[in-house]
Design a protein around this ligand. Structure first.
Ligand SMILES: Nc1nc2c(ncn2[C@@H]2O[C@H](COP(=O)(O)OP(=O)(O)OP(=O)(O)O)[C@@H](O)[C@H]2O)c(=O)[nH]1
Ligand SMILES: [Mg+2]
Length: 458
């Protein structure tokens, strides 16, 4: 199993100061020795140190690049195999040429995520930790990064393993009872068992509660800015971004296509989409944009609906209000600089959906309040301490729910006095569901699929 040596470019392909080609496996050292020549020729490359020298094509003797190479022997490496990292100049050409050399000398091109897959298979990381590695790479905000780091550290796994241990303990107790029925489980012990099951159910419920917030932090809030033409949608995108990204003009119908940007709002990644103003139109290009905006409403987690205080609520606005019913949304009455206070008050009374904000986006009024409001909508009690376990992965959520249901079933069985062997079936299923999170009880196919979504070289 996994006898071969893998190689890949581990840094992103583009221009950079440094690029890294990484190899892992039995042949990593010998392949590296064939292509690497230390500047101080007589000495052997040193383990766990950066060795300075050149990469040369052993067939032609041609020099490829000046490099720093680290040789790291198993098991103290990312994959727990021998690992070599070649630091070369960070351009596409040197990276590709060096990768090519390693392949010609006997390495195989790594599959996406294969280094981490090996770390998992060799027991360095469990599955939830491995999954968090990719979350670190993809994190768009510091908060998202911290959640991922705490998961790589094993915080979630520890919690899961504690519950698994407890289920095992209960299983053993019940099984003793099956084997030696004359030693009846005493009533007090029975009470303790049900008590412990209740506690575990409660614990899982607590973890599950964090799922929605975890998902928001990990994947971001899909946010659509919606409104009639010319109300200030693109102006809002720019104000949130703090840069002139979208074109703003006084001509209605300026934005014709969807424009997406990720904005960090109090640590939350907001995937904001500026849309074409929604109105009846005969312009073909604009019409497509309007249809897209309508489709977008249903896909979004949050709608920022802008009204123009100056034009008041018109038929188009009423249509939009109908469209966004039941969605998480914030109404923004914009351009309050153009009207009198009474007009704004009057408008506010007419709108029944909450929350409502008054703004003058062009003059940067109300934007801060909007940011506060968004954070409050998703995190009533503020952004949670990352110290506490936060689940952010749907796969984990599904397994936890499954585990909780089996535990509840087992508890019911205990309370209704079902035969112990029936209770143990549910307990075992609950235990297995938890094992799916850490990867112990998971089909190899599913595991491969999870890793295939990684990037190459990780
Ligand atoms: N007076 C005033 N003008 C504003 C305010 N916000 C935006 N505007 C102006 O309104 C016009 C339209 O702004 P945009 O941001 O392009 O509006 P939009 O909703 O994206 O328009 P479309 O892309 O055409 O749908 C521009 O001239 C802005 O400068 C505001 O708070 N007060
Ligand atoms: Mg626009």
């Amino acid at each position: 199993m996994r006898e071969d040596t893998i190689s890949a470019i581990s840094t992103s392909l583009g221009e950079g100061g440094i690029g890294i080609v990484r190899m892992s496996g039995k042949e990593a050292f010998s392949i590296a020795r064939k292509i690497f020549e230390k500047k101080i020729k007589k000495t052997e490359p040193e383990n766990y140190k950066l060795n300075y020298g050149n990469i040369k094509d052993p067939e032609t003797g041609k020099m490829i690049d000046e490099v720093l190479v680290s040789f790291m022997s198993a098991p103290y490496t990312y994959t727990r195999e021998d690992v070599v990292e070649i630091n070369c100049h960070g351009g596409i050409v040197p990276l590709k040429r060096i990768l090519d050399l390693t392949l010609r000398q006997g390495a195989r091109l790594a599959d996406p995520g294969e280094f981490t897959f090996r770390a998992f298979m060799n027991g360095r990381l469990d599955l939830s930790q491995a999954e968090a590695v990719i979350d670190i790479i993809r994190a768009r905000t510091e908060t998202a990064g911290e959640v991922a780091v705490s998961q790589v550290e094993g915080k979630l796994s520890q919690k899961i393993n504690l519950i698994k241990d407890e289920i095992e303990r209960i299983l053993t107790l019940i099984e003793v009872n099956i084997d030696f029925p004359e030693e009846d489980i005493e009533e007090t012990q029975q009470e303790q068992l049900t008590e412990s099951m209740k506690e575990m159910i409660e614990e899982i419920k607590q973890i599950l509660k964090t799922a929605e917030q975890g998902k928001v932090i990990r994947e971001g809030i899909k946010t659509a800015i919606i409104g009639k033409p010319n109300v200030g949608k693109s102006s809002l995108l720019n104000a949130l971004l703090k840069e002139q990204r979208a074109i703003v003009t006084e001509i209605p119908g300026t934005t014709r296509d969807l424009l997406e940007e990720v904005i960090n709002i109090k640590g939350l990644p907001l995937k904001v989409i500026d849309t074409a103003g929604i109105r009846h139109t005969s312009d073909r290009v604009e019409k497509i944009g309007v249809e897209k905006a309508q489709g977008l409403i249903s896909e979004s987690d949050l709608i920022l609906f802008i009204l123009d205080a100056h034009s008041g609520i018109e038929e188009e606005d009423r249509n939009i209000i109908e469209m966004i019913k039941g969605k998480k949304s914030i109404v923004i009455i914009n351009k309050i600089d153009l009207v009198r206070q009474e007009t704004v008050d009057h408008l506010e009374k007419e709108i029944t959906t909450a929350p409502i904000l008054k703004a003058s986006i062009k003059f940067e009024r109300g934007v801060k309040e909007l940011e506060e409001e968004i954070a409050a909508l998703f995190f009533e009690k503020g952004i949670p301490e990352v110290e506490s376990v936060l689940i952010s992965n749907t796969r984990h959520k599904v397994s936890l729910e499954k585990s909780k249901e089996f535990l509840e079933e087992a508890l019911r069985g205990m309370e209704e006095g079902l035969t112990p062997d029936l209770v143990t079936i549910d307990l075992k299923c609950s235990w297995e569901a938890l094992g799916e999170i850490t990867g112990e009880n998971l089909d190899e196919k599913i595991i491969s699929k999870i890793f295939s979504e990684f990037c190459i070289g990780k």
